[in-house]
Ligand binder design. Sequence first.
Ligand code: 13P
Length: 256
Amino acid sequence: MTPDVRPLVAGNWKMNGTRQSLGEIKAMAEGIDGPLAEHVDALICPPATLLYVATALCTDSQLMVGAQDCHHEVQGAHTGDISAEMIADCFGTHVILGHSERRTDHRETDQMVQSKVEAAHAAGLTAIICIGETGDERDSYETLDVLMRQMSHSIPDGAMADNTVIAYEPLWAIGTGLTPTPVDVAVVHAFIRAELVQRFGAEGKVMRILYGGSVKPSNALSLMSVDNVDGALIGGASLKASDFLAIYSVYEGLVA
Ligand code: 13P
């Protein structure tokens, strides 16, 4: 955790979920609404097809709803894409950008991610910018260089703590059941924090840094307890309300 930073527990449903899954979102919305919501934020990012109906389900809940990508332009001839304005129009509050699956499947570069982040900010959304190294990069001790490069080129100047979240997601930990040790996470998150402070000053001190990659109820407490880990970006374990709420609840032991 980071002093004076409100943690964020975020779920990324990726390309999973149909109308049948909306019951899980409803259960999450109901489960989030307790005393812990005064201290910890919660967000779910379903596929775009469910965005509007999901936000409608959450109007009376503290559970926020976001999207998984956006185009950098406001509108136009871009078949299949959605803009940040469209997400805001559906009452989405956040958008995940630069996820490694988008960087890999759609060849998104740091520069493309940066222009999407700018579009998200212009639409009043909070951007969750994903960074992370591959297994090969980790094995050749390039992790910090890779993260440095991704941060310098994906995060726009003028990013603020209230519209930007960084998510460290080592690619080798995504969907594999593997996680870095808490000590490794501490080293990486301290590095990210130092870079954010160097570039953004006071804003960088309180910009949230999430950890993502095989977060589950069984490892969430040890990962969320690490210095400079200000929440989680959860894939598989966010599909079921029971797992998502179990991860959220580890903060009962961490926040006052
Ligand atoms: P898993 O939690 O399934 O490893 O996915 C992590 C992730 O990519 C979240 O964005």
